[in-house]
Design a protein around this ligand. Structure first.
Ligand SMILES: C[S@@+](CC[C@H](N)C(=O)[O-])C[C@H]1O[C@@H](n2cnc3c(N)ncnc32)[C@H](O)[C@@H]1O
Length: 318
């Protein structure tokens, strides 16, 4: 039976419908001389260890949930130009800032935990010593209270907010299973359980917190600035925990518009075959669930919600 319902294709030359004519001028990242962006980003061609080797100071590996450096670099290159300002409100040990500095972008990060903030500063300094021409600055503070804590001069200056929120209270961290029972380590953001850290909140509190962070970033964005939020769906037992959906809801709640959904594949493409780069836990949960007769697949990707505050003809948010 012929179906018109599914025929929603758009000619390749058409602008995306959600970048409607009410955007003041073409955003700078829509550079016609650049190859078109693909919605799928391959970030597993190099191992994570290979991506991080030599780029982070000792101790950074203790952070339980770092972004893949090649993914951060890819998104920064897509949405900014040299000299632009990138902001990560949940900076961790500073992957976003490190990659921005290497790419000649300036970067500011906010991180609640003083230990991670200190490592992020050291990582930015290392990137500078290695020849990165961008400048980096790390603020220790609570991003749910943004724009509080940010220098006033940064309002309206940020070209790209690039961040990845915590998963909430479930933290897989690292494991050692070579010598007997599974031992977990590096699986907490901090020794305290204070809910100021979004990583210590349940789902509803996490959603509110992410919405507060994104809303707090809005005054910092320049007109046409973009937010790219990286989140991975994960499974607990047989149930899928839709963190990317939660992020999108939080963004809409904060008054943003979803302008693109992209996907980062954490597998290597070798001679036409995908070679998985799963973590121990991803494989463990998938195997256990399949053993119960539920044919789940192995999660090998991050989702990236690309959000924007669409502006009126005067260039200011409506
Ligand atoms: C998923 S990690 C980000 C890791 C970072 N992308 C990296 O590669 O190092 C989230 C970070 O947000 C921090 N965080 C949680 N709640 C926060 C808050 N209210 N304000 C600022 N940072 C917060 C956590 O301590 C954690 O380091």
């Amino acid at each position: 039976m012929a179906s018109t319902v599914c025929d929603t294709r758009v000619a390749p030359t058409d602008p995306p419908a959600n970048l409607a004519s009410d955007v003041v001028s073409p955003p700078p990242w829509l550079d016609p001389t650049r190859a078109p962006m693909l919605s799928v980003i391959l970030v597993g061609q190099r191992s994570l260890a290979g991506q991080r080797r030599g780029r982070f100071v000792a101790g950074s590996g203790a952070h339980p949930a770092r972004m893949a450096p090649d993914l951060a670099a890819h998104l920064i290159a897509d949405y900014t130009r040299p000299g632009d300002l990138v902001f990560d409100p949940l900076a961790g040990v500073g992957t976003t800032l490190v990659e921005a500095v290497h790419l000649g972008r300036d970067a500011v990060g906010m991180e609640l935990e003083p230990g991670w903030a200190a490592l992020a500063r050291a990582n930015v300094a290392l990137a500078r010593r290695q020849g990165g021409t961008g400048r980096g600055h790390v603020i220790c503070g609570d991003a749910t209270r943004l724009p509080r804590g940010m220098p006033a001069g940064l309002r309206g200056q940020v070209a790209l907010v690039l961040t990845s929120p915590p998963y909430g209270r479930t933290m897989h961290g690292r494991v050692d299973h070579r010598h007997g029972p599974i031992q977990r380590f590096h699986n907490t953001y901090s020794a305290h359980a204070d809910e100021a850290n979004l990583g210590h909140r349940r789902r509803a509190g996490l959603a509110d917190g992410i919405a507060a962070v994104l809303a707090g970033c809005l005054p910092l964005l320049r007109p046409s600035g973009v937010m790219a939020v990286v989140a991975r769906p994960w499974r607990r037992d047989r149930y899928l925990n839709d963190l990317p959906g939660l992020v999108i809801d939080a963004g809409l709640h904060a008054g943003l518009t979803l302008i693109d959904c992209r996907r980062a594949i954490h597998a290597a493409l070798r001679e036409g075959r995908l070679v998985p780069r799963h973590t121990f836990w991803q494989l463990h949960v998938a195997k256990q669930t399949r053993a119960k007769g539920i044919p789940v697949s192995l999660i090998q990707h991050d989702d990236i919600a690309v959000l924007q505050h669409l502006t009126g003809h005067d260039g200011w948010p409506r």
